[in-house]
Design a protein around this ligand. Sequence first.
Ligand code: NAD
Length: 314
Amino acid sequence: MEDERKVVLIGVGNVGMSYAYALLNQGTVDTLVLLDLNREKAMGEAMDLNHGLPFATGAMHIRTGDYDECRNADIVMLCCGVAQRPGEDRPSLLHRNTEVFRSVISSVKQSGFTGILCVATNPVDVMTRVAQVISGFPPQRVIGTGTLLDTARLRFLLGEYFGVDPRNVHAYVMGEHGESEFIPWSAATIGVKPVRVLCENTEGGFSRAGLLRIQKEVRDSAAKIIAAKGATAYGIGMAMARLTKAILGNERCILTVSAQTKESGYPSVYAGVPTVLCRSGVRESVYPKLLRGEQLRMEASCMVLETYFGETGL
Ligand code: NAD
């Protein structure tokens, strides 16, 4: 089909299927192919989604298949991975997930895939760099979900706090998707008003303490959801659908994905940074002018990611 918008999803677990369900509801793609080591599960998931089609916004082809489906795909989305074993340390988990990526990406490459490789598997910044190194694709074609979800959580919470639509909240979570992530408050605005200025004006009842509460809530959200229901899925699924739409639509919108940027001081490290996305992947990063303390936090976060990458054995 000419102009077909095609995604191959690899890994049909909680995250993969939340993404697939979001794509189905939003009518973002024409063709979605589900691949998994567990072929039977992939088949069942494709059947289940297909039965929702009569109620969907438009036509969509959903099927399982083989890696040769990647040949003419626009996007390959990686959500495959192994779960942490009880007592397993991070280097061991990283090693096992690197092996999963080695086998999957070699098959994707063999197909002759020329599109954008997206990664959601955790630790996402490290696994995105692993994907780039293993694939040998130009860095512009390899993108991680990064702090896209964390940024969505931040914008939602700031919107609630200031009583405005989160779409008018311009604020970003940068660095690692994890413990060392940080919020550059100097670059956060509500419409055109800097958040820090709004907090200096005591009349509004907004305060620095309020912002710090929000920062903590953003960082603790994933752990809270995991404690309550075992895993996170819908938020990240929606974030991945947003990323897909931005790429397929050549939107040139700014999303905080995991990408490489020289300004972090660690040009090989993939980390969450506001990035302009287009049909060919990353167009450029939009690195904010950070205060010295904020830049040090970005560098510290990248140093953590550099150490984790070293643990993959690549
Ligand atoms: P899951 O265990 O439910 O699903 C993983 C799937 O990968 C399984 O279906 C498994 O069969 C498949 N798989 C494993 N090895 C494979 C291989 N070699 N080839 C093909 N498929 C293979 O896990 P989940 O809850 O869906 O999470 C998936 C990943 O997403 C995890 O790494 C998780 O930590 C991550 N995640 C990321 C974010 C984020 O913000 N980036 C948020 C939540 C979860």
